[in-house]
Write a protein that binds this ligand. Structure first.
Ligand code: PMT
Length: 219
């Protein structure tokens, strides 16, 4: 059907930040608002897909029609995504996943005694890399949030994580990236081609991303 090109397709989108606890009252996180991922989820619903939205904590209301799975930590996001991966046709990883987490989570609140407090961090699991390793029939779409050498790092992630396409955004550029309502992206595909877009509303960016994905799916 022409107006619903994603009819019958299962699309899973991750959005928002993850949150890594230090003690019962503190955590590490980042500036992701969830706007980019929620816009993709909304667009995918409008294009007819069965949409699962796995989201870290945000202030947003999930778009109508999605299966909504709220998570907090990277480990919870990993588990939510992996258990549903086999059924998906498309996975879009717009979430800003924490790269590091505290090595130890304190069971009691850290008291304010010393002048300094060192928290040791260790790497989290790279969810996207795991998905790349286990990829079968799925179309895997990653994001790259960069502040320099965007093309170099985006292409490196595309290859290393076994993606079909990667959406690069320069998050140091005004009006682009975290929290704002607009984004300026360049999409790199695994065939080596790239497509650059002007600064657009995240709603519009969402459609552009899905257009490229549908093109790769032959829809
Ligand atoms: O939420 P908004 O405020 O609207 O902002 C949107 C955004 C800037 C967060 C979004 O456009 C974006 O760039 N998302 C990816 C952010 C990110 O974590 O980029 P990265 O270059 O660090 O990671 C590369 C890819 O690996 C991402 O698809 C990320 O989801 C994934 N990843 C990273 C680390 C990890 N442990 N697991 C992952 O799956």
């Amino acid at each position: 059907e022409h107006s619903k090109p994603l009819q019958g397709k299962n699309v899973l989108i991750t959005a928002g930040p993850t949150r890594e606890p230090v003690d019962p009252v503190r955590y590490f996180t980042n500036y992701s608002s969830g706007k980019m991922g929620y816009a993709i989820a909304k667009a995918a619903v409008a294009l007819g897909a069965n949409v699962t939205l796995v989201s870290g904590p945000t202030a947003l209301t999930p778009p109508p029609g999605v299966t909504f799975l709220p998570v907090e930590s990277t480990a919870e996001m990993l588990e939510a995504v992996l258990t549903r991966y086999d059924n998906q046709d498309v996975v879009v990883k717009a979430a800003a996943v924490a790269d590091y987490k505290p090595k130890r989570v304190l069971s009691q609140k850290m008291k304010k005694k010393q002048d300094e407090w060192t928290v040791e961090l260790e790497k989290t699991t790279d969810i996207l890399a795991e998905l790349g390793k286990r990829k079968q029939h799925q179309l895997l779409v990653g994001f790259a949030a960069e502040t320099q050498d965007v093309e170099h790092y985006a292409k490196d992630k595309l290859e290393r994580k076994n993606l079909d396409m990667i959406v690069a955004n320069n998050v140091a550029q005004e009006g682009s990236g975290f929290s704002v309502d607009t984004n300026e992206i360049i999409i790199y595909k695994k065939d080596g081609s790239k497509q650059a877009f002007p600064l657009l509303a995240k709603e519009k960016v969402a459609y552009e991303i899905l257009e490229v994905a549908m093109d790769l799916m032959g829809r």
